[in-house]
Design a protein around this ligand. Structure first.
Ligand code: ATP
Length: 362
């Protein structure tokens, strides 16, 4: 009976909102950088801000931290308003936010312990020492307390930056491109370790990247940012497989996109059933791994132009003529197969699609 009550309690427990951004507008020299930026973050959630270079990701993080000041909008942290239309503007040091910069920004002339102590000057000596000890234990680097940053590997520097940011026990952790300087296997291990640490301690986090693979591996939710606003916020798989807009699909390299007009020309060549009664502007999205290619003796207007081994399988470039004319313009699509195609470059192919394509109402 007791167990049942506990599980009911858990079931009905409402998730706390860690951060709310509403209609943030920030312009520099009349150039709009953040435009109606609006999103929420739930306590303990890891959100990735993903987008092309210059779309405003770093500015968004700085705005949340209080390091950049917007002209308009509202920001609240765990229910407390920290910014409201420039009437309320809590300074960065009062917002209880940990910030990890792209290059980690460790002070080179200070030891690891001094670096961590820097943000703890408001505490007494004993408590400060205790926090340094705890935060080094958290990142499992207790034995490096007296080292200088140049005596640490890239991965260790990142963990010290994490320890320094978490030592003051912030309500929210912000990270700007935290994995961009690290490669391959080390990066994958660091991402897994850091994600586990954040989850174990229920730490809410926003991190910025322009690499979608990092969003897939590290984030609970992904917000795709284009031109200073969020185009789509969802779980990474949904953003990748069911993008809302052309801009998101293009940035995510989600697959082959075709306008309705082009689709109708191309779709004639694909023996499959799908609704054609759409009269709005928009795009079909065809995922490369769902295209089925076969050799055809007829002039299908579809030709294999390249096949490349990509580790998990093979990627094929196919040219699709838009009309029957030999001089018609072509579109290039990508297809992927697990095994070699067995079709020579330049040969005619027939195309099938093994599922309903995704329609983007742009
Ligand atoms: N202090 C500033 N003065 C003028 N323009 C600025 C300033 N800070 C940022 N910008 C401009 O604002 C836009 C957004 O910059 P921001 O650094 O936020 O983008 P980003 O998405 O983080 O880019 P990246 O991925 O390249 O780091 C850019 O066009 C940038 O040139």
């Amino acid at each position: 009976m007791k167990d049942k009550n506990i599980s009911n309690e858990r079931y009905t427990q409402k998730k706390t909102t860690a951060l709310e951004l509403f209609n943030i507008q920030l312009a520099i020299d009349n150039h709009a950088i953040l435009q109606a930026l609006t999103f929420d973050l739930t306590e303990g959630e890891i959100l990735c801000l993903l987008g092309p270079s210059g779309c405003g990701k770093t500015t968004a993080l700085k705005t949340i931290a209080g390091l950049s000041i917007p002209q308009q909008g509202h920001i609240s942290l765990f229910g407390d308003t920290v910014f409201s239309d420039n009437i309320i503007n809590q300074p960065p040091e009062q917002r209880s936010i940990g910030f990890i910069f792209q290059d980690y920004a460790l002070f080179p002339h200070m030891t690891v312990s001094q670096n961590i102590a820097y943000g703890l000057s408001h505490l007494g000596k004993q408590e400060r020492q205790q926090r340094i000890k705890e935060s080094l234990e958290l990142v499992e680097l207790s034995d490096l307390e007296q080292r200088y940053p140049h005596e640490l590997s890239g991965g260790q520097q990142q963990r010290i930056a994490v320890a320094r940011a978490l030592a003051p026990k912030p309500k929210l952790l912000l990270m700007d491109e935290p994995f961009s300087n690290i490669d391959g296997q080390v990066k994958r291990r660091m991402m897994a370790d850091l994600r586990r640490l954040l989850k174990e301690h229920n730490i809410s986090c926003i991190f910025v990247t322009h690499a979608k693979e990092e969003a897939f591996a590290f984030a609970d939710k992904t917000a795709v940012m284009i031109n200073g606003h969020i185009e789509q916020l969802d779980i990474p798989a949904k953003v990748f497989n069911q993008p809302n807009t052309f801009a998101v699909a293009e940035f995510m390299e989600a697959g082959n996109l075709a306008t309705l007009k082009h689709s109708q020309q191309v779709l004639d060549k694909i023996p499959h059933q799908w609704p054609r009664d759409i009269d709005n502007s928009g795009y079909w999205l065809f995922k490369p791994q769902h295209l089925i290619l076969s050799h055809s003796l007829q002039n299908t207007g579809i030709e294999l132009i390249d096949s490349t081994y990509i580790g998990r399988g093979y990627q094929h470039d196919i040219a699709i003529r838009l009309t029957k004319s030999n001089h018609a313009p072509t579109v290039i699509w990508k297809a992927e197969t697990e095994t070699p195609l067995g079709i020579a470059i330049g040969e005619n192919i027939a195309l099938e699609y093994d599922q309903q394509p995704h329609w983007l109402q742009d």
